[in-house]
Design a protein around this ligand. Structure first.
Ligand SMILES: [Zn+2]
Length: 98
């Protein structure tokens, strides 16, 4: 049971090679990530074969997908402008009102 949680270096390198050709199942991907977190030599190997680049590319892609669209950003910017016209922090105006 314990062995399943933490991969051996042999398992990790096998998964790394497998991950080059196929997308790894969620569980294997996480087991590999955990192993790479603790194991420097496998991390170096992963870097050499470009696996880490692939993972970062995937994360970056997901991040962009979840990011706000240009329209949504504009909508938020517009509603902020309406809500607080003096967002530019003009203190002289505040004094006039007092
Ligand atoms: Zn290892």
């Amino acid at each position: 049971m314990k062995k399943r949680f933490m991969l051996t270096c042999q398992d990790a390198s096998r998964l790394l090679s497998k991950g080059q050709e196929h997308t790894l199942p969620f569980r294997e991907r996480w087991a590999l990530k955990i192993h790479l977190f603790f194991c420097v030599s496998c991390r170096n190997y992963a870097r050499q074969i470009g696996w880490i680049d692939q993972v970062f590319h995937l994360v970056a892609h997901q991040w962009n997908t979840y990011h706000l669209s240009h329209e949504a950003k504009e909508r938020i910017r517009e509603s902020l402008k309406k809500a607080e016209p003096g967002l530019g922090c003009d203190h002289s105006k505040e004094e006039d009102h007092l």
